[in-house]
Design a binder for this molecule. Structure first.
Ligand code: A2P
Length: 311
């Protein structure tokens, strides 16, 4: 088993989870089944990935086949931007629970500090101002009702996390953010550590499929490939192991069974301190910026406002 990290709820979160963003319908179900059979115990989902129903079918089959029981798994999902207002929260989680065929989630996250008009696409013209404390109060109710055993946020800057911590009755358990050797999140990690919020890393491989063809390749970075060569590991394994050693859970997406297994083989070896230090040389570029959250009138005025100058 790949280990786990403690949450401020008293529960633990498995150190490695299967990411399902960009996992195509038709492939995601088999990937979830293969991952859990291989030993994954966390699956990271979201309705916006368009595949929760298929994930739900795979989970049902895993339970029916006796591979695992519900309580062996840690399932995360997220409140999409179109539902980022208190009145939409109860229905949104219920749809996700129905699609995943579950009674409860282990973790439910506000997908980001962005709101879009109901039923619209992620485009700047569809953005609306959002009231995070109000949405959070609705999330707290879900937690109290037992539908979400932990609640948290995603894509929150240090400043937005701090502001939420100042008003939350139930503090967020997790901030799930882009984090990999090419976007290391030192400042946010320090804040999370000092406030007891667990940092969970999405796109821990630098998201080769999602980041766009012009984005720098994290897995192809010479520092990473050189360390991988010296440790006789793959660049993906070094990126994931780096994340674990920094104290964060990692959520690599793959629908390829060999890579699913490769990404789990990161627990019984270590990157030595001097090689961890070399990773600090990697130039830092945030790959996923959510430009659609910016609008001159309705949304954030600029990317600087959205990310509070932290990118
Ligand atoms: P695939 O699903 O074909 O394996 P991230 O988790 O950072 O978003 O990255 C996901 C991307 O990285 C997907 O395109 C995935 O493709 C690819 N990927 C996953 N695991 C590995 C690996 N071990 N080596 C290289 N690429 C990988």
């Amino acid at each position: 088993m790949a280990g786990s990290f403690a949450l401020n709820t008293g529960a633990t979160i498995p150190a490695i989870g299967l990411g399902t963003w960009h996992a195509q319908p038709g492939a995601v179900g088999d990937a979830v089944y293969a991952a859990v059979k291989a030993g994954y115990r966390q699956i990271d989902c979201a309705p916006s990935y368009g595949n929760e129903k298929e994930v739900g079918l795979a989970l049902k089959k895993l339970f029916q086949d006796g591979v695992v029981q519900r309580e062996d798994l840690f399932i995360t999902s997220k409140l999409w931007y179109c539902n980022n207002a208190p009145e939409y929260v109860p229905e949104a989680i219920q749809t996700t629970l129905d699609d995943l065929q579950l009674e409860y989630l282990d973790l439910y996250l506000i997908h980001g500090p962005i709101r879009l008009k109901k039923g619209t696409a992620p485009l700047s013209e569809n953005s609306l101002p959002c009231d995070i404390p109000a949405t959070w109060a609705a999330m707290e109710k879900l937690h109290e009702a037992g539908k979400a055993r932990a609640i948290g946020v995603s894509n929150f800057s240090c400043r937005k996390l701090d502001s939420l911590l100042a008003v939350a009755r139930v503090p967020p358990a997790v901030n799930q953010v882009e984090c990999h050797p090419g976007w290391q999140q030192a400042k946010l990690r320090d804040l999370c550590r000092s406030t007891g919020v667990h940092l969970s890393a999405y796109s821990p491989l630098g998201s080769p499929a999602a980041a766009g063809v012009n984005a720098p390749s994290v897995l192809g970075h010479p520092v990473l490939t050189s360390i991988a060569h010296r440790l006789q590991r793959t660049p993906a394994q070094v990126a994931l192991r780096w994340g674990l050693q920094m104290g964060q859970s990692v959520l690599p997406k793959s629908t390829d069974e060999a890579r699913i297994k490769e990404n789990l083989d990161v627990v019984d070896w270590c990157i030595p301190e001097e090689l961890m230090a070399e990773m600090l040389e990697i130039e830092q570029v945030k790959l996923l910026r959510a430009e659609f959250g910016v609008h001159p009138v309705h949304g954030y005025k600029s990317l600087k406002d959205l990310w509070d100058g932290e990118i």
